[in-house]
Design a protein around this ligand. Structure first.
Ligand code: PEP
Ligand code: MN
Length: 338
């Protein structure tokens, strides 16, 4: 249950309501949602309790969501959330494109990519510096020096920066340089990390895990929201199936399901979903047509020599061409892309 309290409610009244709910073992939490105070309980209580609450006159609105991910649900908030990241908006009419290399490899590589991304109409810059690699022998990222390069590239181009954080202990240093955290597929259910980025208050791009159901994914988002961090965007990046022709299987139906079930903006990453350069533009177009609020596209000045994911990154020219092809698709679904 979510109780949206009346603005005039005194803290004493809130405490009384919290006591009432605690006695019923509903484990109430208070969450500041914009300028409203919410009381959120573990489960929906019986009508005897909701009736008692109504009597206390603290209730502006009482929501009994079907969903376990209560704050993320459309039942709680009908209109789409807009996540603001510096100059970029995710979830507004314009489709937000996050572009940049899989890994930050050096200053020249990053700056050239950032400038081309900006020129072609991207609104955010990506680049991994803490890389979650399957093999410990593979390039692990530049670490903190890479964060400084990202911040510098952001300063040069004006593009806000998204980068992955792998552990709670690094949340603070990543927050110092980046505008948005990325929680990668492998960490979608790292609950201490979710709580840590929730507490930081900075925008979070939460990628779907390769074995995560939509329901589990939304509950992961709920961990962040429950810390009072409302700036959460979801990113579908493919799930693991029996199919081997693509790196993962892009679940585009998830975009439509999420648009029905949640107010959180939804992005699609066709790079990790397909693992193959030639499939990125077609799937990006399909994602926009399906109602995605944004795209994440890996781009690199010379993809073949990239230190990670060389097969799926677009060259800067290919990225520009893809953006041109996306214009009419966005228009056809009542959106713009740049
Ligand atoms: C990435 O975007 O850099 C990445 C590692 O993606 P994922 O977590 O989706 O595998
Ligand atoms: Mn990658």
């Amino acid at each position: 249950m979510i109780v949206v309290t009346r603005r005039s409610t005194s803290s004493q009244r809130i405490d009384e309501a919290l006591n009432l709910l605690s006695k019923e073992r509903l484990e109430p939490r208070t969450v500041l949602w914009d300028d409203e105070t919410l009381l959120v309980t573990r489960t929906n209580p019986p009508s005897t309790i909701t009736a008692k609450l109504e009597e206390t006159e603290i209730v502006e609105r009482l929501v009994l969501p079907r969903h376990k991910a209560q704050l993320a649900s459309r039942e709680f908030q009908k209109e789409k959330s807009v996540v603001t990241v510096g100059t970029a908006e995710i979830g507004a009419g314009k489709i937000a494109v996050i572009a940049g290399p899989c890994s930050v490899e050096g200053w020249d590589q990053l700056l050239e990519t950032a400038r081309a991304a900006k020129r072609a109409g991207a609104s955010l810059l990506r680049g991994g510096v803490f890389k979650p690699r399957t093999s410990p022998y593979e390039f692990q990222g530049l670490g903190e020096p890479g964060l400084r390069l990202l911040a510098k590239a952001s300063e040069e181009t004006g593009l806000p920066v998204v980068t992955e954080v792998l552990e709670p202990g690094r949340v603070e240093v990543v927050a110092k340089y980046a505008d948005m955290f990325q929680i990668g597929a492998r960490n979608v259910q790292n609950f201490s990390l979710l709580k840590a980025v929730g507490k930081s208050g900075k925008p979070v791009l939460l990628k779907r895990g390769m074995m995560t159901t939509i329901d589990e994914w939304l509950q992961a988002a709920e961990y962040i929201l429950l810390e009072g961090n409302l700036n959460v965007a979801l990113c579908e990046r493919g799930i693991r199936t029996f199919e081997k022709a693509t790196r993962n299987t892009l679940d585009l139906a998830a975009v439509a399901v999420l648009n029905r079930e949640t107010h959180l903006p939804v992005l699609v990453d066709p790079s990790h979903a397909t693992g193959s350069r030639d499939l990125v533009a077609p799937m990006a177009k399909a994602a926009v047509a399906a109602g995605a609020d944004g795209l994440m596209i890996e781009t690199h000045p010379s993809p073949e020599s990239a230190l990670s994911d060389p097969h799926q990154q677009l060259s800067l020219e290919e990225f520009e061409r893809m953006m041109e092809q996306l214009d009419p698709v966005a228009k056809a679904v009542g959106r713009t892309i740049r």
